[in-house]
Design a protein around this ligand. Structure first.
Ligand SMILES: N[C@@H](CCC(=O)N[C@@H](CS)C(=O)NCC(=O)O)C(=O)O
Length: 206
C-alpha cells in the first residue's frame, strides 16, 4: 500500500501517526509538494477526486481518501493495538471524542491557519481575516474545555491512547505555525502534549 502525504499537512499526519502507533512498516509514504500543486495533476485526481491528501492507494489499485476513513480501514487490517475502541461501547465512545476533537479543535485550527497565515494563500485562494479570527476564538475556547477534561484522565478518551489523541495532536501542532502551543494556561493539555511527544506518534515529522 502507498499513502500520499505532505510535510506540515495535519490530515495526512493524523494517518502517519496512526501508522506509527500501530507499528505498521509496510506502507510506502509518498510525499507531495502541495505548494507546487502536485496534488492537482489529472493522475493524482484519478486517485483523489477532490485533490486532497491523505490518499491511501491499495495494492489492487483502489484508493481511499478522508483521514478518518483511512484510519478505519487500517484499524480493520491491522487490529493491534486497537486505537478505535475494543467493544461496541468503546468504539462509539472513541468516535464521540474523535468527532468532538475534529469538529471543535482541529477544524477550527485548520481554518485559522488557512485563512490567517500568508504561507497558506496558495492553497486558500479566498483568505478572509474574519474567518481566521472567529475560528481562532473557537479553537482557543475549546482548548480550555479539553484542558479541563484532561484533568481527570491520561488520554482524551480515557486511560488509553486512541485516534482522538492523534486527531488532537495533528490539529494542535498545526497551530505552531501561528506560534501557539499548549502552555501553563492549559496545564493538563500541556502535560498531555509532553507525554505525547515521547510516543511513536509524537516522533512523526510534522
Ligand atoms: N476531510 C479531509 C481533509 C483533507 C485535507 O483538507 N487535506 C489537505 C491537507 S491537510 C489538502 O489536501 N489540501 C490541499 C488543498 O487545499 O489544495 C481529511 O480528513 O482527510
Amino acid at each position: 500500500m502507498r499513502l500520499y502525504s505532505a510535510p506540515y499537512a495535519p490530515n495526512p499526519r493524523r494517518v502517519t501517526m496512526f501508522i506509527a502507533e500501530k507499528g505498521i512498516t509496510d506502507i510506502e509514504i509518498v510525499s507531495l509538494d502541495l505548494q507546487a500543486g502536485e496534488h492537482r495533476t489529472p493522475e493524482f485526481k484519478a486517485k483523489s477526486p477532490l485533490s486532497q491528501i491523505p490518499t491511501l492507494e491499495l495494492d489492487d489499485g483502489r484508493s481511499l481518501t478522508e483521514s478518518r476513513a483511512i484510519c478505519t480501514y487500517l484499524e480493520a487490517v491491522y487490529p493491534d493495538p486497537p486505537l478505535m475502541g475494543r467493544d461496541a461501547f468503546e468504539r462509539a465512545e472513541v468516535e464521540m471524542w474523535d468527532r468532538r476533537v475534529e469538529l471543535m479543535i482541529t477544524m477550527p485550527i485548520m481554518m485559522w491557519m488557512r485563512h490567517g497565515m500568508p504561507v497558506m494563500a496558495r492553497l486558500e485562494k479566498n483568505q478572509n481575516a474574519g474567518v481566521a479570527e472567529s475560528n481562532q476564538a473557537t479553537a482557543m475556547r475549546m482548548v480550555k474545555w479539553f484542558d479541563a477534561q484532561l484533568a481527570d484522565c491520561a488520554f482524551i478518551a480515557g486511560d488509553r491512547l486512541t485516534i482522538a489523541d492523534l486527531t488532537a495532536l495533528a490539529g494542535l501542532d498545526f497551530a505552531k505555525m501561528a506560534k501557539w502551543r499548549p502552555d501553563d494556561c492549559t496545564p493538563h493539555l500541556k502535560r498531555w502534549r509532553d507525554m505525547m511527544a515521547e510516543r511513536p506518534a509524537g516522533k512523526v515529522a510534522p
